[in-house]
Design a protein around this ligand. Structure first.
Ligand code: GUN
Length: 281
């Protein structure tokens, strides 16, 4: 019988601790952590994500500023908004929701954020720190996964870990965090030959590819821990992950559900990063 990794419960207990620290800061007259979220355009999934981020901020007592810009916003306008936030002492974290409309360069925009306020950890300075294992902001989804593993006593040290997906947001930083905890890490992707043979070597399998129910039971080792980062719709429009949960779960020791697994942890790490930025300000 497998154990379901309850991301909602772990997330809630972390958010309670954040709320307590924010209340203590208020009582001591210290600044309340402030997060600014910028969304450009009308991407429906992004709209849901930014609303959830704002709601989470307010629940823990943060100051939250949600800035909505039109699809046609010019680069210079967006950069001037970031300039203003970089200089605003009430704002400790700045997040530009991705993807941006095609005429805007995410690279240019992210480079404009003060690295000390880059709570997404997307700026090259912060990516470099992740690579070097230096203290800094945690990449939100991968660090949330590390928190889940730790909460369930799953130690990556010496384990075979396979990360499927090589994105800058999840796959690459995930591999680094596992490596820093002494795992033997393989990154697999769309060009990997005999993917099933690779994923079957995993004691810990992390999947972040964005393909509904792609990982089937023949691709998973008996007793593996399976972490599903996917957030897709199945053929009936129901939310589902990258893992075919019903078929895979019985083979695992631990598995994350979708929804309620990794998802809540991403925002929790964002809150933790914003609190950290406020502490350091
Ligand atoms: N789009 C999808 N995930 C993320 C994220 O973690 N941060 C930002 N800024 N945009 C995203």
């Amino acid at each position: 019988m497998y154990t379901l990794i309850d991301g909602k419960a772990v997330s809630q207990s972390r958010r309670n601790a954040i709320a307590t620290e924010v209340a203590n800061r208020k009582a001591e007259g210290l600044p309340v952590p402030g997060l600014a979220v910028i969304i450009v355009g009308n991407d429906p999934a992004s709209q849901v994500y930014v609303r959830n981020k704002e709601k989470a901020c307010l629940e823990v007592g943060f100051h939250s500023e949600l800035i909505r810009l039109s699809e046609e916003t010019e680069e210079a306008t967006l950069l001037s908004v970031i300039d203003r936030l970089n200089g605003d002492p009430a704002i400790h974290g700045i997040l530009v929701q991705l993807p941006l409309p095609k005429h805007l360069s995410a690279k240019t925009v992210i480079a404009h954020i003060d690295p000390k306020k880059d709570v997404d950890a997307f700026h090259t300075v912060n990516v470099g720190k992740i690579m070097l294992g230096e203290d800094g902001f945690s990449p939100c989804t991968p660090a949330g996964i590390m928190t889940l593993l730790s909460a369930y006593g799953i130690d990556p040290d010496g384990k075979s870990c396979v990360v499927v997906g090589r994105s800058n947001i999840v796959g690459k930083p995930m591999a680094m965090l596992l490596l820093h905890q002494n795992a033997t890490v393989t990154i697999a992707h769309s060009h990997t030959k005999d993917l099933a043979a690779v994923t079957r070597t995993a004691d810990i399998l992390v999947v972040a590819i964005g393909k509904a129910k792609f990982i089937t039971e023949d691709m998973v080792k008996d007793g593996a821990c399976v972490i599903d980062v996917g957030m897709n719709r199945d053929e009936n429009g129901k939310l589902c992950g990258d893992v075919d949960f019903e078929r895979v779960a019985p083979k695992t020791s631990y598995i994350t559900p979708v929804p309620g697994g990794v998802g809540p942890m991403t925002i929790t790490t964002l809150l933790e990063n914003t609190l950290k930025a406020a502490r350091l300000s």
